[in-house]
Ligand binder design. Structure first.
Ligand SMILES: [Zn+2]
Ligand SMILES: [Zn+2]
Length: 301
């Protein structure tokens, strides 16, 4: 599973950074989280073909988070896409998507389905779910949890020990049921191991918020906005400083923090943001456009 920070500038792009976008590449499927201006070109540079994008999750409808959507929709048409594209987001996502589709003249070879989500409403995919949660940004705004399904496996050695061999009962044990085998009762815990799925959380735009800390708990990677240094945060309502992003990562006990959504005021000085976050949470990296974070599968507990 590979995660990319695709666009890492806030509000206005710079020559080095496009507007907000992140991509999860999971089992050959690509999920896009926000689609700011510049998203397509960065994906092309990284050879991340856009045709594999199945779903787009918009964190909120500020233009720096969706301004690349019209271009993406158009390119998919020109490339002859046939399979549908799903667009999810906070309330009014359906309405805003319809307006984008009603802008200018363009054809479409495929269907677009837009859906307004509410907090906690899971979008179920092949072996994963995406769960929106509310954040604090002054308008309807979500962060998202990407959660890979847990992998429930039978331990072959333990099965042998219990004389289960290739027993058909294994399916029931995996479902958590107690079974009878050769006159003995076997509990699922005796044979079944659960490997927890990987978890990635994206903050969208938000001030430091408890709901996010709770949803980000124990994630493998937290992609969090860090619009400015802490000294500026009182001027940036609805946003987070690098220091606060570090606090959030620490309070949520995440494995790694990737910073994104930098104000152009820090152009060329992004290291200052990194240092500030690192003073609280060591395992922090700066997001760059096209930077990849490789998350290997967990081992059995
Ligand atoms: Zn923004
Ligand atoms: Zn915003």
């Amino acid at each position: 599973m590979k995660v990319y920070t695709v666009g890492t500038s806030s509000a206005v792009p710079t020559s080095e950074r496009g507007l907000a976008a992140n991509l999860i590449d999971f089992n050959g499927e690509r999920l896009l989280f926000d689609c700011g201006e510049g998203t397509q070109r960065t994906l092309m540079k990284e050879k991340l073909g856009i045709m594999k994008i199945s779903r787009v999750f918009i964190s909120h409808w500020h233009a720096d988070h969706f301004s690349g959507l019209l271009g993406l929709i158009q390119t998919l048409e020109l490339e002859g896409r046939e399979k549908p594209l799903y667009i999810y987001g906070p309330p009014r996502t359906e309405e805003f998507t319809e307006r984008i589709l009603d802008t200018g003249y363009f054809n479409r070879s495929y269907d677009i389905f837009a859906e307004d989500l509410v907090e906690g409403e899971e979008v179920i995919g092949e072996d994963y779910q995406v769960i929106p949660f509310e954040v604090e940004h002054g308008i309807n705004a979500f962060g998202y949890v990407f959660q890979e399904n847990d992998n429930v496996k039978a331990n072959k050695d333990k099965m042998k020990e219990l004389g289960l061999g290739e027993s058909p009962k294994i399916g029931e044990l995996k479902e958590g049921k107690t079974v009878e085998w050769n006159g003995n009762k076997i509990e699922p815990e005796q044979v079944v191991e659960t490997v927890p799925g990987r978890k990635v959380v994206y903050s969208g735009d938000t001030s430091k918020c408890q709901n996010l800390i709770e949803h980000a708990e124990h994630s493998d990677l937290l992609i969090h906005e860090a619009t400015c240094l802490h000294e500026m945060i009182s001027d940036r309502r609805g946003h987070t400083s690098a220091l606060q992003a570090g606090e959030i990562a620490s309070e949520a006990s995440v494995a790694k923090l990737a910073l994104t959504h930098f104000s152009r005021r820090y152009r060329g000085k992004e290291e200052e943001l990194l240092e500030e976050a690192k003073s609280i949470f060591e395992d922090t990296e700066l997001g760059q456009d096209g930077k990849m974070f490789d998350l290997s599968p967990h081992r059995p507990e």
